[in-house]
Design a protein around this ligand. Structure first.
Ligand code: NAP
Length: 246
């Protein structure tokens, strides 16, 4: 048996378990299994490895994407760039390597979204959590200048109160990395000066449920291009699989 799984604190509803269980069924890989491992604290991680000798790879979710790093033997460039790990590979010799497939998933999905844009884009990134780290690394690689927006004003980070309509007008790519608008709180959206959004804007919402978030609806109403996080989610899952099988 080859075991894979997800570690996190609360794993009630997991996209990954369904994704990989369906994949193993469809691709007729009955020896493979994907399980959920809820850890109260990351200090339980070494015991988990001892108890599951068949583990070949893990996904990592909130709140352990950074906390797990000291337990790993090495980091791939994707994890170094983002200082966060969402994929762990158990190597042949039992050592652990950390990777970040959110970075790859976002970068690829964004490239597809803005392909063919004529003018160079500048971006606003809403939220400063884990996913925002992958977004920042991808924007740097794509040489897209960006401004971070947070509920809390910090050095080089604007608060929503400081975000003037003219800043929104000149930053044509808006990326939501906050959970605002995610099911079940579908009537929420980031507090932006929406009157400044127009047909030249591209709005990328990392939220994937619902399919069209309130932020995306407002963008569409203003004539903007919009994209949700579903493709990114699939790309990052497939990348996990490639990493485990490399
Ligand atoms: P996280 O580490 O908790 O960060 C979310 C950030 O959003 C926080 O750091 C915070 O930034 C901001 N935020 C949180 N609550 C907010 C509120 N009530 N109002 C305004 N801002 C708020 O979570 P994450 O892992 O980055 O995930 C964030 C979202 O991205 C989730 O919806 C998740 O499902 C989605 N995601 C999607 C994919 C995909 O493949 N599509 C991958 C990863 C994550 P400030 O404190 O700076 O305001």
């Amino acid at each position: 048996m080859k075991q894979f799984g997800l570690i996190g604190k609360k794993l009630g509803h997991s996209f990954s378990k369904k994704y990989f269980t369906d994949k193993f069924d469809q691709e007729q890989l009955p020896e493979n299994q994907y399980d959920l491992f809820e850890l109260f604290s990351i200090s339980e991680f070494p015991d988990l490895l001892k108890q599951h000798k068949n583990l070949c790879g893990l996904n990592v979710t909130i709140p352990y994407k950074q906390e797990v790093i000291p337990y790993l033997d090495r980091l791939a460039p994707s994890a170094e760039k983002t200082a966060a790990v969402n994929v762990i590979k158990v190597e042949q010799d039992g050592s652990l390597s950390g990777h970040n497939s959110d970075y790859y998933g976002f970068k690829t999905s964004l490239e597809r979204f803005i392909e063919g844009t004529k003018e160079p884009l500048k971006a606003l990134v809403l939220g400063t959590g884990g996913a925002a780290k992958a977004v920042q690394a991808a924007l740097k690689d794509l040489e897209i200048p960006f401004q971070m927006i947070s509920r809390t004003e910090k050095a080089e980070v604007l608060s929503y109160d400081q975000l003037k309509p003219e800043v929104v007008r000149e930053n044509l790519l808006i990326i939501n990395t906050t959970p605002l608008g995610m099911y079940p709180e579908v009537d929420r959206c980031p507090p932006l000066p929406y009157e400044a959004i127009g047909p030249a804007h591209y709005i990328f919402d990392l939220v994937y449920n619902p399919e069209t978030t309130l932020l995306m609806q407002k963008g569409q109403a203003a004539g903007a291009q919009v994209k949700n996080g579903l493709e990114m989610l699939h790309l990052q899952a497939e990348r996990s699989w490639e990493i485990w099988n490399a």
